[in-house]
Write a protein that binds this ligand. Structure first.
Ligand SMILES: [Zn+2]
Length: 208
């Protein structure tokens, strides 16, 4: 199962949630190193559900399968990205693979300096994808804090996390440990004496 990864290789959050134009939302802006337009990598394998070119080229990507949230929750995840200057290569229904560079920073919409605006929504894409919040800003449906949805790993350079604590994916996932069941075909000496149909469960063997 995929763990949704923070979509930029350089984390420099320039506007956190509930600040300024992010009032009453869990939106963040990430501006990276500010050397031009940095690529945005799909946090998970997903399907593009909506593109809104009239404003900031907002793109909604819904996970194809349930993903693992940092707290262990298993659910679908939908993320809205904004400000790419060009989304000509994208269309509704397009599948994007986890880690694929599919979007980039930009200034489309009401943006100063190349950056992306990211909002996470728990579950699948719903309704029109967003709603006008009590401060008058359009906000993703079922919004959830980014650090409660996205993981980081060693490939992500953290410049400024805005004091948000993102959970790290272990460098190498530990080998899956499984319990193996040995069923005696006939009575005999197996190191331990087993009667026919007795089961011996060997705990903690590495998976083949
Ligand atoms: Zn923003």
């Amino acid at each position: 199962m995929e763990k949704p990864l923070f979509p930029s290789k350089n984390m420099r959050i320039t506007q956190g949630y509930n600040e300024g134009t992010h009032k009453d939302s869990f939106a963040i802006d990430n501006a990276g190193l500010d050397y031009g337009k940095e690529k945005v990598y799909a946090p998970f394998t997903g399907i593009i559900k909506k593109i809104y070119p009239n404003d900031a080229n907002e793109v909604w990507l819904e996970s194809s399968e349930p993903v693992e949230y940092p707290d262990g929750t298993i659910d679908f995840l939908t993320i809205m990205f904004a400000h790419a200057d060009n989304v000509d290569n994208l269309f509704v229904g397009k599948t994007i693979k986890q880690g694929e560079a599919f979007y980039e920073e930009g200034t489309k919409g009401n943006a100063t300096g190349n950056h992306i605006h990211i909002e996470c929504g728990k579950g699948k894409f719903t309704g029109s994808g967003w709603y006008k919040n009590s401060s008058g800003y359009w906000s993703i449906n079922n919004h959830k804090k980014p650090e409660e949805c996205l993981w980081i790993d060693d490939t992500i350079n953290i410049i400024h996390s805005n004091n948000y604590i993102f959970k790290k994916i272990p460098k190498k996932e530990s080998t899956n440990i499984v319990d193996k069941k040995f069923i005696a075909k006939k009575s005999g000496l197996y190191g331990v004496y087993l009667k026919e149909n007795q089961e011996l469960i060997i705990k903690g063997l590495p998976q083949d």
